[in-house]
Design a protein around this ligand. Structure first.
Ligand SMILES: *[C@@H]1O[C@H](CO)[C@@H](O)[C@H](O)[C@H]1NC(C)=O
Ligand SMILES: *[C@@H]1O[C@H](CO)[C@@H](O)[C@H](O)[C@H]1NC(C)=O
Length: 289
């Protein structure tokens, strides 16, 4: 029953695949290109991330945030995207940086992309979880959202939560809540590791590779430096901390997440005992969501 509902949601979402004109933000207003601006340009709400042999493309938000919900609509490189990686992530700066990652690993024509997630706290990552999408992410725009508040980080794909990272500071595990982050997006050549572990290289005959970004909507607090948050443009400040979207998943969302993880998760660092020589990261023995 739960999985039937999720399938309906998925069909509904892909049928309407975000042709809605009600997009609050425009990329031109909120982001700028910081790499590869010789071969692409932001036009209103359309940012084509271009990768050719001269370079990839990267962009970042003009503002720095602490907590919020960060939506982006992305349409990935179609056809032969092997060796390419498209990233959508939040990061602070410095050697003890925090980072919340969505990365999308391309593949040969007809083979599935991989959705790769990770979180760094105080400069330490090694928390990868990987999934196959349940749709072709290059056929249309889909909604990739990071929701980050003092209690938890939730990664959403088309409204379905796929991963949660909880605040376990009380168990001595650092949590990102002190450093402001900017939002970044980029497309680059990662053919030394991305596709089938680096076995499949980029075919430059297929270049330029183009992924498209639009609909960036930060509903978030602006960070002005340590201990200073201003302008929380959140749905409603009173409901934010307690709303299901931002703190605890509703039973329905929880069911969707379990369905997704059961069927589409292909790697979980918490299961990789060999990698950690049996000494698993402490959060792995605590409830993950
Ligand atoms: C994208 O997903 C987020 C998280 O579920 C949701 O809050 C938001 O309304 C969605 N945006 C669009 C344009 O559908
Ligand atoms: C690419 O396709 C192969 C074969 O189906 C699959 O094993 C792999 O997980 C896919 N994704 C990536 C990014 O390698």
């Amino acid at each position: 029953m739960a999985s039937f509902k999720v399938v309906c949601v998925a069909i509904f979402l892909s049928a309407f695949a975000y042709h809605s004109s009600r997009v609050d933000g425009s990329i031109a207003k909120s982001m700028y290109i910081d790499w590869g601006n010789q071969h692409t340009v932001i036009q209103g709400d359309d940012l084509p991330l271009v990768l050719d042999q001269s370079s990839g493309t990267g962009a970042q938000s003009k503002k720095t945030f602490l907590f919020g919900s960060f939506e982006m609509l992305i349409k990935f490189v179609p056809g032969n995207s092997a060796g390419t990686v498209t990233a959508y992530y939040l990061s602070s700066t410095g050697d003890k940086h925090d980072e919340i990652d969505f990365e999308f690993l391309g593949n040969s024509t007809g083979e599935p992309y991989i959705i790769h997630t990770n979180v760094y706290t105080q400069g330490v990552g090694n928390r990868e979880q990987r999934f196959y999408p349940w749709f072709d992410p290059s056929a249309d725009y889909h909604n990739y959202t990071v929701s980050w508040n003092p209690n938890a980080i939730v990664w959403y794909v088309d409204g379905i939560p796929i991963r949660v990272f909880r605040n376990y500071e009380s168990n001595g595990i650092p949590y990102p809540n002190q450093q402001g982050m900017r939002v970044y997006t980029s497309l680059w050549n990662a053919d030394d590791w991305a596709t089938r572990g680096g076995l499949v290289k980029i075919d430059w005959n297929s270049s330029p590779f183009i992924a498209r970004i639009r609909g960036f909507r930060p509903r978030a607090c602006i960070w002005n430096g340590p201990n200073s948050i201003s302008q929380c443009a959140l749905p409603s400040s009173s409901s934010w901390w307690n709303s299901p979207e931002f703190s605890q998943l509703s039973p329905a969302k929880f069911g969707q997440m379990n369905w997704f993880r059961k069927n589409y998760m292909i790697y979980d660092y918490c299961q990789d005992t060999k990698r950690f020589n049996g000494v698993m990261p402490p959060e792995c023995s605590l409830p993950q969501f």
